[in-house]
Design a binder for this molecule. Structure first.
Ligand code: TYM
Length: 333
């Protein structure tokens, strides 16, 4: 608890261009939860270097992501929005937690398996221990809740296991976090292959809606989205294309799948796709406008980065010192 509020932690990688999946599965929920909790939202740039990055590009993307958090509606005076690389406690706790995590556990991580298949020339140790760094992120702030999309659930379960294992040996050091998955949008799929998740790294640009897409591009991508045989708008497992579009529509409008089926009863795929596109444009337009304003104000952003980096360091170091003391590292004179 901080100031009588429960603590929330979440983060996103500063890589690629953010997709509607990142928005619907994470960012949108972050904004909705931000009043209830004491929130830490990190731009997780340490996580980004498991794949080779151009330094200037990484720096730019990290800054853009930070500005996007603010543009989406997170007030940086109330929410601690900061760069992970500015708080050295993340890497320090990750090392300690590495010693409390088993190879067998990390071997089971599906994201590690997927990413090693994709980057066979660079299967580095960081890629393997990535979930431990994620556990360190969360446990450093004693987070009660972690809003994520479904693809991160396995990492969250591992975080809970590590926390419980550590607490069993040393007493109640860490809060064991609960995942938070929103009602709609936790698992947005590719528009071209609806059995795959919508991903920043998809090579087919028509598979993903990017948060930077202009209205025409959004409408075109929605119209070209792969749909199923038949013509009815039904939320069913055997209609993965339409089901995904209904998920998007619900995440954008707050409606339920049942309400959406009723709304489009007797209407065709064409009309529905148009409505999905418009619902996305209605969310992205103000986000993009606000993003342009926030990113233009360089002095304001720099102030936020400094202030919030220090705030995050304060809370993170508090936990780190406690952990170091419990383990038996010498006290600082
Ligand atoms: P990342 O950067 O891949 O994704 C950021 C958030 O977006 C969600 N997401 C999706 N949700 C629904 N449908 C999709 N298609 C979709 N694609 C992505 C993700 O679930 C995530 O919530 N390892 C994390 C970042 C991270 C983190 C953390 C998250 C590092 N430390 C601590 C929470 C807590 C990642 O790579 O997310």
């Amino acid at each position: 608890m901080i100031n009588d509020k429960k603590v929330l932690f979440s983060g996103m990688q500063a890589t690629g261009t953010l997709t509607l999946g990142n928005y619907a599965g994470a960012l949108k929920n972050w904004v909705q939860l931000s009043d209830q909790y004491q929130c830490f939202y990190s731009v997780v740039d340490l996580h980004s270097i498991t794949i080779r990055r151009d330094p200037a590009d990484l720096r730019k993307r990290a800054r853009d992501l930070l500005a996007l958090y603010i543009a989406a509606g997170l007030d940086p005076k109330k929410n601690c929005i900061y760069y992970q690389s500015h708080v050295s406690a993340h890497a320090e706790l990750a090392w300690i937690l590495n010693c409390f995590t088993y190879m067998g556990e990390l071997n089971r991580m599906t994201q590690f398996k997927d990413k090693s298949r994709k980057h066979q020339d660079n299967i580095n140790a960081g890629l393997f221990t990535y979930p431990v760094l994620m556990a360190a992120d969360i446990l450093l702030y004693q987070a009660d809740v972690v809003p994520v999309g479904l693809d991160q659930m396995q990492h969250l379960e591992l975080t809970r296991d590590i926390a419980q294992r550590f607490n069993k040996i040393y007493g109640d050091v860490f809060t064991v976090p609960e995942p938070y998955v929103g009602k709609a949008g936790a698992n947005i799929k590719s528009l071209q292959e609806p059995d795959k998740k919508m991903s920043k790294s998809d090579e087919n640009p028509n598979a993903s809606i990017y948060l930077t897409d202009d209205p025409d591009t959004v409408m075109r991508k929605c119209k070209r989205a792969v749909t199923d045989s038949g013509s009815e708008i039904l939320y069913r497992d055997d209609k993965p294309g339409i089901r995904n579009l209904i998920d998007i529509y619900c995440a954008m409008t707050g409606k339920t799948p049942g309400e959406t089926e009723k709304e489009f009863e007797g209407k065709g795929y064409g009309q529905f796709k148009e409505a999905v596109g418009e619902s996305v444009v209605a969310q992205l337009r103000p986000l993009q406008e606000r993003f342009a304003q926030v990113s233009a104000d360089k002095a304001y952003l720099s102030g936020i980065i400094k202030e919030n980096g220090e705030k995050a360091s304060y809370f993170a170091t508090k936990t780190l010192r406690k952990v170091q003391q419990k383990i038996g590292f010498p006290a600082r004179p």
